[in-house]
Design a protein around this ligand. Sequence first.
Ligand code: CU
Length: 120
Amino acid sequence: MTVARRAFAVACVAIALPRVAAAHAVITSAQPEHGSTIRPGAVAITLSYNARIDRARSQLTLMSPAGHATALRLREDSTVSVLRADATVDQPGQWRLRWQVLAADGHITRGDILFRVAAS
Ligand SMILES: [Cu+2]
């Protein structure tokens, strides 16, 4: 292959690559809210993102004040950009909801939402 032909082939490959969405997933709203205090009992978790996410490769982990971690099952009514899960928070104190999501652009992002559970 001549140098000129090789350059042409490389250019074609670059053009043929699919356009990727520029955004990796950033959280836009959370329920419970970061820094909030909620009552003990059942809590409906809803996390919204600015981008499409791959739910099968995304994880929510809830950590109790005592440090016990529970992997939450994502609800079926989660959408392409909203994760939903149900949990029970039965101990007062600081809880941590750790999220990790894979966005459509192939990038993983993660973060923590801290909230308190009031004494019953
Ligand atoms: Cu990205």
